[in-house]
Design a protein around this ligand. Structure first.
Ligand code: HEM
Length: 438
């Protein structure tokens, strides 16, 4: 019954690497009585990501999100409806909006560090969490929630986050204390968002955020979204995007501080696009174009997507026999691709355990070998819709931090914290900062 559960929980990545060493591209293990089959490497990823939803089902795995995202939303909706619902967000991710977010991201990151003195010590994952929460509140949920975020919404968000746990993965309906708090929080969030929607409709005020986009959206049938559907889709993006961005932002800093030889070109690039002393100036200079132009910083982020993918494994339920390369995966098993394993394969990446952002620069461009080589944002039908937003946000945050301060690690290099669904560095992870001279 327990199978490999203990070894897996101790260190899932080491466990998967051992499985790959012993058995190769395809291997299986038992976790809490369930049969899991791992498919590693770009070729296997392609077969996995191209399989139809009624063959390898994400919906059946993500049932634990239903109490948070809501009934009839995302993984509780038939796939074509879920597609339609996520499609409603596309106008919120178009260039013109992204331009606004670039400004808001700069404003939020700058406002956060404006309270810091000339030098001091902070817990880096805590900082990146706060900044990404503020950005998500502002760009996704809207100015109204951002303004009152710390007067209640933050606690509700925490109760919802704690509602995602191991017990919930297997039985989200069990009335455990955490699940009861989760359900209460969901109800309050729904009421809060309904109030804001009512007020926006009454006043006619229109804002540049995801909420406004969803208010204007219509199903193919012509029906507008209910308040609860809007709440659910907003929570889907908040849960898809905030914690993942926060932990990746922390890893970017932790790796750069351990490998300072990669910093000068990133700083030169910041000077090139924004001029020296940018940290202290207004956000007008930060645009989607300048952020896109910061390719050296982008490579440092990409290297963290490779080495520290926040979602270390993606799981699907096998709805009918799945065949790959002569192997047969039985109906009812769980099929898995693991970015944390596949990103460290010697056959795919040169010296894979080494931090080396230049692997993404021409002519090496190791990520470009196939569409399914780098999969930190998934692939195929369920590929992340927020990838461009996430990259932009990570660049904006580190541009603001690096142009204002010099940093050094003040605690030991943290190990990954495998206790959650999204994998970040163990806390605390202290860094010392010192304000740059203008
Ligand atoms: C560093 C940040 C992020 C990472 C590492 C990340 C990673 C991923 C991955 C791996 C998937 C695929 C899951 C699967 O196949 O089971 C995914 C899906 C998704 N992501 Fe992201 N994501 C990030 C940021 C965002 C942001 C900022 C948003 C929204 C603005 C977002 C919204 C979503 C949504 C809605 C899905 C579900 C897509 C579907 O099932 O069709 N993510 N993300």
């Amino acid at each position: 019954m327990l199978g490999h559960t203990a070894a897996f929980h101790r260190n899932p990545v080491a466990f998967l690497e051992e499985g790959y060493r012993a058995h190769g591209e395809v291997f299986r293990f038992l976790l809490a009585g369930k049969d899991f089959v791992v498919l590693a490497g770009p070729r296997a990823h392609e077969a996995y990501f191209r399989a139809a939803e009624d063959h390898l089902s994400a919906k059946d795995v993500y049932q634990f999100t239903i109490p948070i995202f809501g009934k009839g939303v995302a993984y509780d909706a038939p796939r074509d409806i879920m597609n339609e619902q996520l499609g409603f967000l596309f106008p919120a991710l178009r260039e013109k909006r992204m331009q606004t977010y670039a400004r808001l991201m700069h404003e939020e990151a700058s406002a956060y560090v404006s309270t810091w003195g000339d030098e001091g010590e902070v817990d880096l994952p805590h900082v990146t969490n706060d900044i990404t929460v503020n950005i998500a509140a502002r760009c996704l949920l809207g100015q109204e929630i951002r303004e009152s975020f710390y007067d209640g919404f933050a606690d509700l968000y925490e109760d919802l986050q704690l509602g995602i746990n191991t017990i919930g993965f297997f039985a989200h309906w069990l009335p455990t204390p955490r699940h009861i708090k989760r359900d209460r929080a969901r109800k309050k969030v729904s009421e809060l968002i309904s109030g804001i929607l009512r007020e926006r409709r009454r006043s006619g005020v229109e804002r540049d955020d995801f909420m406004q986009t969803l208010m204007a959206a219509r199903y193919k049938s012509g029906r507008a979204l209910t308040d609860d559907e809007i709440t659910g889709i907003l929570l889907t993006t908040l849960f898809g995007g905030q914690h993942t961005s926060s932990v990746l932002a922390a890893w970017v800093g932790i790796e750069l501080l351990q490998h300072p030889q990669y910093l000068p070109p990133i700083l030169d690039e910041i000077d090139h696009f924004y001029g020296k002393g940018f940290g202290a100036r207004t956000s007008e200079a930060m645009t989607t174009d300048t952020l896109r132009g910061q390719v050296t910083l982008e490579r440092a982020i990409k290297e963290c997507e490779r080495l520290h993918p926040p979602l270390i494994m993606l799981i699907r339920k096998v709805m009918r026999e799945f065949e790959y390369d002569g192997f047969v995966v039985n109906e009812g098993s769980m099929a898995m691709v693991a970015p944390a394993l596949s990103h460290r394969l010697r056959s795919v990446f040169r010296d894979p355990h080494r931090y080396d952002p230049d692997r993404f620069a021409p002519p090496r461009e190791e990520d470009k070998q196939t569409t399914y080589t780098l999969i930190g944002f998934g692939g195929g039908k369920h590929r992340c819709i927020g990838m461009a937003f996430a990259y932009m946000q990570l660049k904006a945050i580190w541009t603001v931090l690096l142009s204002n301060f010099e940093f050094e690690l003040a605690s030991a290099v943290p190990a990954p914290d495998y206790s959650g669904w999204v994998i970040g560095p163990q806390q605390p992870c202290k860094v010392r900062f010192k304000r740059r001279k203008a």
